[in-house]
Design a protein around this ligand. Structure first.
Ligand code: PAF
Length: 289
């Protein structure tokens, strides 16, 4: 496994892969790898001749006062996990290489980034511009045939898909299912922040989403959402949002349209902000009269 640090090095590597017409897959990460990342790396390994993993804790997607400095990092461990998962190239540039003095460009997707985690009431409006800027840079540098992302970050997945289409990236964006702990908590590098009691409490997030899915056929969307929120509140968790949206447009979902519905949640659990979601497919919405 090669570790490359400079944009010039990844360009050179890509040029030589082009000569062998390898199918190249990219798994962008911010490191501190868990089984969710490993599932993306394995999918990339199955589909592609060459697997590139980027490892970069992207300052542009953190707001002042967020956890950039404390974000968990362990490069040695990440390299070992990546190698075990069959990664061929790790691209791990420094912040100075990615954002050199004079850097002045932002890639921003409008609309889709202004709801849920990007809505204007003190949540994370700048976050997605940071994500799309770094992902655009990575797609440009690596020029992969496929890039793999997790469904846990459902809004991010929709936003990146839109950006790739709007900017004519040739890369196919592949979204893979969320990997969960045994009690349903979505795997996330930020779970490392949770104390034992907070970790236990956090499992209510997935229970609340399941509660909504189960309540929907009998009680309709609004009541099913309320049931989910009650479940969270009973565990002592106040959601920032708990909303039903259409997965492609992120427009608010309506009851009984027969389309798949994304129920997405963000909540702080004892100071750690977690997100999760469930996709309620039409066959799970059929009302039992
Ligand atoms: O999902 C993440 O880990 C990050 O947002 C990503 C896509 C690697 C961009 O920094």
């Amino acid at each position: 496994m090669k570790v490359l640090r400079l944009p010039r090095e990844i360009h050179e590597a890509r040029d030589s892969l082009r000569k062998t017409s390898d199918v190249v897959g990219l798994v962008p990460t911010m490191g501190y790898l868990h089984e969710g990342h490993v599932s993306l790396l394995e999918a990339a390994r199955q589909r592609c001749d060459t697997v590139v993993m980027s490892l970069f804790v992207n300052p542009a997607q953190f707001r002042p006062g967020e956890d950039l400095d404390g974000y968990p990092r362990d490069e040695k461990r990440d390299f070992a996990i990546a190698e075990e998962a069959g990664v061929d190239i790790v691209y791990a540039p420094s912040a100075e290489e990615v954002y050199p003095a004079g850097f002045a460009t932002t890639v921003e997707v409008k609309g889709l980034t202004e709801v849920l985690c990007g809505s204007r009431d003190g949540r994370r409006p700048e976050h997605f511009a940071g994500v799309t800027t770094i992902v655009a840079k990575l797609l440009n540098a690596v020029d992969p045939d496929f890039a793999f992302f997790g469904q846990k970050d459902a809004q991010q997945a929709t936003v990146i898909g839109r950006m790739a289409e709007d900017l004519d990236f040739r890369t196919r964006i592949v979204i893979l299912p969320t990997v969960r702990e045994r009690d349903g908590l979505a795997m996330s590098s930020r779970n490392a922040y949770l104390s034992a009691p907070a970790r236990e409490k956090a499992s209510a997030i997935w229970s609340a989403l399941l509660e909504t899915e189960n309540a929907y056929p009998e009680r309709g969307l609004d009541e099913a959402l309320r049931a989910g929120v009650r479940r969270l509140e009973a565990a002592g968790i106040e959601p920032e949002y708990f909303e039903a949206r259409y997965p492609g447009t992120l427009d608010p979902a309506e009851d009984e349209t027969g389309e798949a519905i994304l129920v997405a949640v963000a909540a702080k659990v004892d100071g750690t902000r977690l997100i999760d979601n469930i996709l309620i497919e039409p066959d799970k919405q059929v009302r039992r009269k």
